[in-house]
Design a protein around this ligand. Sequence first.
Ligand code: 0O2
Length: 231
Amino acid sequence: MYDENNRQQEFGRLLLEKSPQEVHEKLHSMAVLMTYYRCAVLEIETKFKVLDAQFSLSHERNPIESIDTRIKSPESIREKVERKGLPMTTQAIQENINDIGGVRVICSFLDDIYMLCDCLLQQDDVRLIAIKDYIKNPKPNGYRSLHLIVEIPIFLYNEKRMVKVEVQLRTIAMQSWANLEHRLRYKKNLPPEVLARTADTLNECAKMSNELDVKMQEIRRIIEDGQEQSD
Ligand code: 0O2
């Protein structure tokens, strides 16, 4: 880990050494890196689309409501690199920032989240780096979602590269809560008293959205059981 001194030295050195050629090279290497993440995100998105299509053929229903993909913005990468006290180099970024490529999968039901997670992790080109289960262990503010950091190969014309992608799996109810919370409070630097005044209600809403997920799951189980009996 770089400390503040190292970081300042690095910035100083860059300023002194910076020539148009160097700036061009730095920008180019960053653009190349972002292309790798874009390819990896495409690969993961396709894997989920394939699972959804296959599941819809065999079970006549789609476990996935929608898939969003994103590449972290340069400002957001810089903010995270600085927060972690790292140098702004492509190597440090690749080794330490795991969520540059992001895939968010919105599922119909709670069970679908874990089913899709298992299906993805069973694939032999997918390596699990980390898992955070904010569904079983919600964040103190109520945030729920299943987060995976996975590494997959991308095949370029002259090489194979391993690239990390963050996958977030959540239900429609979790997505609605997270969207609104993101808009209202997430990283907003609000005064502590405002955070305190809204915390309980926000948590209550998270619990209600969890109840909704559990009840909808139960309704689906009853319907599926009923269908099996009538077949
Ligand atoms: P944005 O704006 O959505 O891109 P780490 O990567 O382990 O060093 P980090 O990034 O805090 O630490 O990991 P974590 O906890 O897994 O969170 C990553 C992402 O989850 C966030 O990305 C959000 O998308 C989402 N998230 C986490 N906590 C919350 C929350 O309390 N509310 C909402 N709405 N979303 C949350 P970014 O890059 O922080 O933000």
